[in-house]
Design a protein around this ligand. Structure first.
Ligand SMILES: C[S@@+](CC[C@H](N)C(=O)[O-])C[C@H]1O[C@@H](n2cnc3c(N)ncnc32)[C@H](O)[C@@H]1O
Length: 271
């Protein structure tokens, strides 16, 4: 758990307006009434699509472009990006309650009408809650590296995750990834290598890919086109200042301060 990141200031995640209430969040806010995210139905095991919700329906303009940020932390990226592109809807997901509420409160105070925050595990959300072709872009910035081998299963990038990313992206949609963690980048590249066009270069290293992470790939890729994604260069958003790639809190604190340039790439969904 993070320490008191709000420094004692009252926080309002504005359920029903900014915050999307899950059954778990309701335990913190039993008074919140907006049930936009019902519990998983009983037949979820036999009917995996029965838990799908319609994220576009959480926004005033349900037909607009929709982008997702996974792991918003203190929320600087989603706050700035949603202000720079008011015609696009943004959904942020954060599984640590304090960060979720802190970011939702920032968005509420900035009166963002095109952003919602969801308190949930992003991988589970994509797999069990998200219909096909939901998002135009998925942003994954400075994901937790989980450095110990026994924790690698907690990393967001997994073959199963990439399968869901492909499914929930619209055609031509993009997964944008940035990290400063060399070993996590290697892991990402080892996974991406399976999904992109042979010969694409993902990493700035001459090492061979580590095939040990590929064991589960064939199962996760079953029935999908190969390649499933095209690799592209990462372009920073225009509002991001000199010396940054995405301008998140983490990047400013850890990369800019240490003069470390993060790794970045884009995976574009192929039909
Ligand atoms: C290192 S922080 C980076 C935060 C932010 N992207 C930044 O660059 O400042 C990673 C964030 O991702 C969140 N996170 C990690 N795994 C997640 C998951 N599966 N679902 C939702 N949030 C997740 C963590 O709680 C944390 O806030």
């Amino acid at each position: 758990m993070p320490q008191d990141i709000s420094h004692g200031k009252p926080i309002d995640d504005a359920p029903g307006v900014i915050g999307v209430i899950t059954p778990a969040t309701l335990r913190h806010h039993p008074e919140a009434g907006a049930i936009e995210y019902p519990p998983l139905p009983d037949d979820i095991a036999s009917n995996p699509r029965s838990g799908f919700v319609r994220p576009a329906g959480w926004f005033r303009d349900g037909e607009a472009r929709l982008e997702l940020e996974i792991g918003c932390g203190k929320g600087t990226f989603i706050l700035e990006q949603s202000g720079a592109s008011p015609a696009t809807n943004y959904l942020g997901i954060e599984w640590q309650y304090e960060f979720y509420a802190y970011t939702a409160d920032r968005l509420r105070r900035a009166r963002r009408g095109n952003v919602r925050m969801l308190h949930a595990d992003a991988s589970e959300f994509l797999r069990w809650r998200c219909p096909d072709a939901t998002f135009d872009v998925i942003h994954l910035y400075f994901s937790d590296p989980w450095p110990k081998a026994k924790h690698h299963k907690n990393r967001v990038v997994q073959h199963r995750f990439l399968r869901e990313v492909w499914r929930v992206l619209r055609t031509g949609g993009e997964l944008r990834v940035v990290t400063d963690h060399d070993e996590l980048w290697r892991w990402d590249a080892d996974h991406f290598a399976f999904w992109i066009r042979a010969g694409d270069v993902v990493i700035d290293s001459t090492d061979e890919y580590d095939t040990s992470v590929h064991k589960s790939a064939p199962a996760a890729m079953e029935g999908l086109p190969r390649p499933a994604f095209e690799l592209a260069a990462f372009t920073p958003p225009e509002w991001v200042g000199e010396g940054c790639v995405v301008g998140t809190n983490y990047e400013k604190k850890k990369c800019v301060a240490a003069s470390k340039e993060p790794h970045a790439c884009v995976l574009k969904k192929l039909p």
